[in-house]
Write a protein that binds this ligand. Structure first.
Ligand code: ADP
Length: 396
């Protein structure tokens, strides 16, 4: 502990501060070696190395006034997923030259994976630190501006942001479960053991409290489900989509009868090799949204399937309020909703449904998109690739 703390102090080297380097690593040893190597370079003056060996030190540096010209991230950083660290830097320190230190064998993989964020990838063991020190001293000596970094394209940056959010979502939804369970138990104790003492107003307050704790639980469960779906290989089995759609419609039977809504299909839907639970969730979300975002017209949801080359495309068409073109892409991201959709109670939902759908379809190797315009209903289409083997297996 003592050594960690000692090492977490920002290590400053050299005098004329012109080139600022931030070294993000859990390894104090690497950082000391790098500083020493830079210090030993012929033209080392004008270089300052700061280190961020812990999460607080990193965030403090990231949000400090300092201009960092070079930021080095060791992939072995232990206190946070290194990708999140890279993404945070690429968002907050766009002009820094970002260099990644990786295990020897992973250099090429990371370069192709993170090319748009990272200017260079150096192997940690085989001379990477020395090469890095040489580069830094050379750049400092030449007084070069650090414009090597390619500009990230906005799409890729969105992905980076999404990844950062996800890490946060998992951590938060996971860590809030215990305190929430405790709060629910305390509320139950109040209701069971102190009922007489609460009085009428107290009862009302307790009811509100329990309702809101329940709602918080639902939200956290949704967030956790979403996190768990990440990279979750589907557990494939032959699933009759026709029967699954029937089950989904039955779930909404009471609401559909109440609003006079119908769900139709032109022809029987296929049987596909998919993850039953994930597909069930997908249909529930899409049919649920068609109900939620219905218009004044009596709701009609039409479901269609079409085989296009080696994939099946399923379309779920409604005659609801529709979606403007500028919103059609972003609604598939977490927490993204269209504000104040006319006639819809927006208190319900939190913008996770379509993000979950997208993740499910991603897991199956397909795509999901929407065709829509305001006032004219929407068609949500998802594709599921199915190989010939899979078709043979299910006798398609
Ligand atoms: P939520 O339903 O919790 O808002 P979703 O991720 O399921 O979250 O949907 C995101 C947004 O996309 C919704 O808030 C709504 O604005 C829009 N949307 C989704 N489905 C439809 C639909 N069938 N018709 C019109 N708008 C829709």
């Amino acid at each position: 502990m003592g050594t960690d703390n000692d090492n977490s102090a920002v290590i400053k080297k050299l005098v004329n501060v012109e080139t600022q380097i931030l070294f993000v690593s859990g390894s104090a040893a690497d950082q000391i070696v790098l500083s020493a190597l830079i210090g030993r370079g012929e033209s080392a003056s004008g270089v300052e190395v700061s280190s961020a060996p812990t999460a607080p030190a990193f965030y403090e540096a990231l949000h400090s006034e300092k201009t960092f010209h070079v930021i080095v991230v060791d992939e072995a950083v232990s206190w946070s997923p290194w990708r999140s660290v890279v993404m945070s830097i690429s968002r907050h320190r766009r002009n820094a030259l970002l260099i990644l230190l990786v295990a020897d064998g992973e250099r090429e993989v990371r370069r192709s994976e993170l090319g748009q964020y990272v200017a260079a990838v150096y192997p940690r063991e085989s001379g990477g630190l020395l090469a890095l020190a040489n580069l830094v001293t050379k750049l400092a000596a030449q007084g070069r501006s650090f414009s090597l970094r390619q500009h990230a394209d906005p799409e890729a940056e969105d992905e980076g942001l999404a990844e950062e959010r996800e890490t946060l979502v998992y951590a938060v939804s996971h860590d809030l479960q215990d305190p929430l369970q405790l709060a629910k138990r305390y509320a139950d104790v109040l209701g069971d053991d102190y009922r007489d003492k609460l009085g009428e107003a107290g009862h009302k307050v307790l009811e509100h409290l329990q309702f809101n704790l329940g709602r918080t639980q639902e939200i956290l469960d949704e967030l956790l489900d979403f996190s768990k779906l990440q990279g979750n290989a589907p557990d494939r089995e032959p699933v009759d989509l026709d029967a699954l759609l029937d089950e989904t419609v039955e779930l909404y039977r009471v609401t559909l009868d109440e609003i006079g809504g119908i769900v139709t299909r032109q022809r029987a839907l296929p049987t596909l090799m998919v993850d039953r639970r994930q597909m069930q969730r997908l249909l529930q979300n899409l049919i649920g949204n068609a109900i939620k975002f219905r218009s004044e017209r009596p709701l009609h949801v039409a479901v269609r399937a079409q085989r296009v080359r080696d994939e099946w495309r399923i379309g779920i068409k409604d005659n609801g309020v529709g979606i403007a073109e500028q919103d059609a892409k972003r609604i598939f991201r977490m927490f993204e909703r269209v504000a104040d959709t006319e006639g819809v109670d927006m208190a319900e939902g939190m913008g996770m449904g379509l993000a979950i759908c997208k993740r499910i379809i991603d897991n199956h190797g397909g795509k999901i998109w929407v065709r829509s315009s305001p006032g004219n209903g929407s068609v949500f289409i998802f594709s599921i690739p199915q190989s010939d083997d899979e078709f043979d297996m299910i006798g398609a």
